[in-house]
Design a protein around this ligand. Structure first.
Ligand code: GLN
Length: 341
């Protein structure tokens, strides 16, 4: 009798879980279909242009197109090219910011850099001047160049090598494998990054960077040149989706308590001056890079990543934006579109 009752109870619990999950979760087949449909729909799209202000980026194959989605069990849903690496570029800013939060707490970022959208281009110098004029506290964020170079300068370490090792260990933890620098991209950007050097010096002059501004700019340039494929980026996004725990390796990379702060800055500033348009379309925290990658985070559900080098005028990958928006619509992932229970 007792055994029967227990069996009935466990069946009821299983049914309840299945039904409630069914309201918001999709089957593997549905996820797979959405990813493949997005790939098919946009693979022929010929809009946008590779970044060329970093000469090495102009040489990357514009037809490269890969989509990867990773869920809570670490399963990878994918279409297109999953293995070719591009430089991570500005997507790195998310993970260096996360590292600083991990070392010093989220207030360090809010107080020294700010957590407001600038509404300006990612390498705007005027935005630094305006922030300074406003006076009350920095009106910037760690996902545009002035704030990102400052965040890199805040990473604690005894030497430049030690700081670099800390950054790479952090990125590796998110990606679930050892990443390396694409040396041709690093050289190309290091030869042409005078504007970023000027930004680093300005941030030093205004006291946001405390010391070694050129070292910070160089480490920042190196972090932007780290090579990643679509699967790496999806894994990095998924680690943020699951409270800082990498769903593939099971490693806790950053504390869960820091993740909401990381996602908030991604939501307000992840796609530079087009962050509002992006949030309007998808409702998701995301981050783009001029290498052609975009990551988007669906908290508790998925990490999504797309790589496609041609960019729009704001510097965001055209195909990646469209493919992610397509998946978000198909799987109803916009968190603002909740229905009454
Ligand atoms: N390394 C690039 C730069 O500093 C990153 C810019 C980006 O991806 N938007 O210009």
């Amino acid at each position: 009798m007792k055994v029967k009752r227990i069996r009935f109870l466990s069946l009821a619990v299983t049914l309840f879980v299945a039904l409630t999950m069914g309201v918001c979760a999709q089957t593997s087949a549905e996820i797979d279909t959405a990813v493949k449909a997005a790939y098919e729909k946009f693979k022929g799209l010929q809009e946008g242009k590779n970044a060329d202000y970093i000469p090495a980026l102009a040489k990357v194959d514009p037809n490269l197109f890969g989509i990867a989605v990773i869920g809570p069990d670490g399963k990878v849903y994918a279409a297109g090219d999953l293995t070719t690496e591009v430089s991570i570029q500005s997507i790195s800013k998310v993970f260096t910011m996360a590292l600083v939060m991990q070392q010093q707490g989220p207030d360090a970022i809010a107080e020294n850099i700010g957590v407001d959208a600038t509404g300006m281009r990612f390498n705007s110098i005027v935005s630094v001047e305006i922030s300074k004029k406003l006076g009350g506290g920095p009106e910037m964020n760690a996902l545009v160049n002035p704030g990102a170079i400052t965040a890199t300068s805040m990473v604690q370490g005894t030497t430049a090598d030690d700081i670099w090792t800390k950054i790479m260990d952090c990125y590796d933890g998110f990606a679930g494998r050892r990443l390396t620098v694409l040396q041709d991209v690093y050289k190309s950007e290091a030869d042409t990054n005078q504007r970023n050097q000027a930004i680093g010096m300005l941030m030093y002059a205004y006291g946001y960077i405390k010391e070694n501004p050129l070292q910070a700019t160089d480490i920042y340039t190196r972090q932007c040149s780290v090579g990643v494929n679509a699967k790496d980026l999806a894994c990095m996004a998924a680690t943020l989706a699951f409270g800082g725990k990498n769903p593939v390796t099971g490693k806790q990379v950053i504390d869960a308590k820091n993740v909401p702060y990381v996602l908030a800055v991604m939501a307000t500033a992840g796609l530079y001056d087009d962050s509002g348009k992006w949030l309007y379309q998808t409702g998701l925290p995301a981050k783009s890079g001029v290498g052609g990658g975009i990551i988007a985070v669906v908290p508790g559900r998925f990490g999504i990543a797309v790589i496609s080098p041609p960019l729009d005028d704001a510097g965001n990958s055209v195909r990646a934006q469209k493919a992610i928006a397509h998946i978000v619509d198909a799987l109803k992932l916009n968190p603002y579109a909740s229905k009454p229970k």
